[in-house]
Ligand binder design. Structure first.
Ligand code: HEC
Ligand code: HEC
Length: 262
């Protein structure tokens, strides 16, 4: 019978089991800390030490000095608060009315457009202000509106916003609300349009859509969907429009324009 003590390196069973445990540990550490982290395609680690730090979750500059990712286009920098125009004075409205004489050609003498330009009468002041700021900064581009906004001061935009908000809006759309407007499409991550755009609830910065010309609403939804309009903060509208079907775009645009559904 073997007389060697149990926990001694002279015991071959002990040597073999300790050796096997150490080997499993080393192989697992190499796989977990070196091989798997280095095999990730989204982060090219510079060196084994960086891969080990990453696997251990230790905060290090794994990829060397980095600059923040800049968007390829100009984004809106306007900050809106729900009550920013609550105390608009009649002086402001009056100044706005004078400035608006330049806008009547397209947006109508009292903010109701006969051409396919958007109506501005009754539009939320926050929206008119934000869109003018975006046309001026280039966050929203339009061959027609960008030059119109170029020379407006911040105060001009506030006055125009106060003026248009003081005019009576287009009548609410009639007829049964299409499903997309009333409920959205939850399976495709589309919330109800009416939850932001004012027929049920209103979120600051969402325009009043009732009475907008069909062609305009369709063009804007298409532009959000393909990204040519990208001034919506946090991609709120791009995420909605991208997931809409052409039929839903038609139904929403027709309903908001107050026409019977096609
Ligand atoms: C020559 C025609 C024209 C004139 C003049 C004009 N606009 Fe516009 N406006 C447009 C068109 C067209 C659009 C839609 C642009 C687009 O398709 O993105 C628009 C869009 C807007 C919008 C965005 C509305 C929305 O619902 O998103 C605002 C706000 C606006 N105009 C304000 C003004 C103001 C204020 C003036 C006068 C200083 C003015 N516009 C003068 C044609 C015009
Ligand atoms: C989460 C809130 C939200 C929901 C839901 C939403 N929108 Fe919007 N929508 C916005 C905001 C915010 C803007 C203004 C973007 C900007 O800053 O120019 C906008 C802009 C628009 C415009 C451009 C209007 C103009 O005057 O230029 C149209 C058209 C529009 N939305 C249609 C829809 C339709 C149709 C739906 C439902 C399928 C919908 N939206 C759902 C928030 C929303």
């Amino acid at each position: 019978m073997n007389e060697a003590p149990l926990f001694s390196l002279r015991n071959p069973w002990f040597r073999a089991s300790v050796g096997a445990t150490v080997a499993v540990f080393v192989v697992a550490a190499l796989i977990g800390f070196v091989w798997l982290p280095s095999a990730q395609h989204d982060a090219q680690f510079q060196g084994i030490w960086n891969a080990i730090c990453s696997a251990a979750g230790a905060p290090r500059q794994w990829l060397g000095p980095q600059s923040p990712v800049e968007p390829a286009y100009r984004v809106s920098t306007v900050e809106l608060t729900p009550h920013m125009f609550d105390d608009a004075t009649s002086l402001s409205v009056g100044r706005g009315a004078t400035l608006a004489l330049r806008c009547t050609m397209c947006h109508g003498p009292r903010g109701m457009s006969d051409a396919n330009s958007p109506n501005l009468a009754g539009q939320y002041a926050t929206v008119v202000y934000k869109e003018l700021q975006d046309f001026q900064s280039g966050a929203r581009q339009s061959a027609v509106m960008s030059p119109m906004a170029r020379n407006l001061s911040d105060q001009d935009m506030r006055d125009l916003a106060a003026y248009y908000a003081s005019l009576p809006p287009a009548a609410s759309a009639r007829g049964e609300m299409p499903g997309i407007v009333a409920h959205g499409a939850p399976l495709r991550n589309i919330p109800a349009c009416a939850a932001c755009h004012g027929d049920v609830d209103h979120k600051t910065g969402s325009p009043w859509l009732d009475g907008l010309p069909t062609a305009y609403t369709k063009a804007q939804l298409t532009a959000f969907a393909n990204g040519t309009r990208h001034n919506d903060i946090s991609e709120q509208m791009r995420n909605v429009a991208r997931n809409m079907t052409p039929d839903e775009i038609d139904a929403a645009a027709a309903w908001y324009a107050g026409q019977p559904r096609p």
